[in-house]
Design a protein around this ligand. Structure first.
Ligand SMILES: NC(=O)c1ccc[n+]([C@@H]2O[C@H](COP(=O)([O-])OP(=O)(O)OC[C@H]3O[C@@H](n4cnc5c(N)ncnc54)[C@H](OP(=O)(O)O)[C@@H]3O)[C@@H](O)[C@H]2O)c1
Length: 287
């Protein structure tokens, strides 16, 4: 499918359109998020990604209101934090997010991290199943247009599918050069799941954008390293969620639809070594 601009969308397995580049808000403090989200919408972003744990949902909701754009023209995602797993707590956490976001529905709600065996032993799979059952009910009640996962590797998804009645439509995982998850992306896509890239530019502490190979490819196309990295993700049909609080970078990160990386360039970027970032293994995290 040809993507032309920030309003170009993929179609999720349940028929819902999801704009193909989102706007991230992790580490955007509430004091900044209101104006940043409004600016992002003015720049043209129509897909906003937040989470309860970012502690900026209220400001994100206010920024959407300030933009003057109809709520229906925005694709809004939030996520269930790890302390709220389980059926009842999930329903309550969802309602609290809606309230903070000052909206009556979400476009996408994600389980932020799978409960892992390291923390929950044999109970991990049952806890994920119960949490998912709550998302299914929210979906059936039309309080959310699509439901999905975050940081679930294919083996977590396979476990969940043993009990799921509704298949997850999205999985948001860490993807950037040096932390490519290429096999996992292919497996998730083969399951009919749209993959979103968090930390698409490498996130905090990464040196992805200073990499010489990426810089050379950028120069060859008359683009910036950030644009090349986002394009590399888009060409894998992975949906990036770049975060910036600066308008010029919001514009830069949106200007990724007028060039194409060759298969050789795609391969060179995929082969780059780890350049830092969060590089989190969902089976090893303690949160
Ligand atoms: N599901 C999860 O577990 C999870 C985890 C992490 C993130 N996320 C989501 O994914 C989004 C993106 O991840 P992220 O925020 O960690 O990292 P990111 O988008 O890869 O990188 C953001 C960093 O890059 C800088 N930046 C942005 N555009 C740039 C450009 N064109 N040139 C140079 N630097 C640029 C930003 O600084 P400035 O803001 O100062 O411009 C910020 O420091 C998050 O905001 C969040 O919505 C989800």
């Amino acid at each position: 499918m040809e993507l032309k601009d920030l309003t170009s969308a993929y179609t999720l397995a349940n028929g819902i359109a999801i704009p193909a580049v989102g706007y991230g808000t992790f580490r955007t403090p509430a004091t900044v998020a209101r104006q940043a989200v409004k600016t992002a919408i003015e720049v043209g972003y129509r897909h906003i990604d937040t989470a309860a744990v970012y502690e900026n949902e209220e400001a994100v909701g206010q920024g959407i209101k300030d933009s003057g754009i109809d709520r229906d023209s925005i694709f809004l995602t939030s996520k269930l934090w790890n302390t709220e797993r389980g059926y009842d707590k999930t329903i309550a956490a969802f309602e609290a997010s809606l309230k903070r976001l000052q909206t009556t529905y979400l476009d996408l709600y994600l389980i932020h991290w799978p409960a892992n065996q390291k923390q929950f032993g044999d109970q991990a799979a049952a806890l994920n199943a119960e949490t998912w059952r709550a998302l299914e009910d929210l979906y059936k009640q039309r309080k959310v247009k699509a439901i999905g996962l975050s940081n679930f590797m294919p083996h977590h998804v396979a476990e969940l599918l043993k009990t799921a009645k509704i298949r997850p439509q999205v999985d948001q995982i860490e993807v950037h050069p040096g932390w490519t998850h290429q096999e996992e992306i292919k497996k998730l896509q083969a399951m009919g799941i749209l993959v979103e890239a968090w930390a698409p530019l490498g996130g905090q502490g990464a040196t992805v954008m200073e990499n010489e190979t990426i810089k050379q490819i950028a120069t060859a196309h008359g683009k910036t390293p950030a644009q090349v990295v986002l394009r590399w993700e888009i060409q894998q049909e992975v949906l990036p969620l770049p975060k910036s609080v600066h308008e010029h970078r919001m514009r830069e990160n949106a200007d990724v639809f007028d060039f194409t990386l060759s298969p050789a360039e795609m391969g060179k970027i995929a082969a780059l070594p780890n350049m830092g970032g969060q590089c989190a293994d969902p089976d090893e995290v303690d949160y």
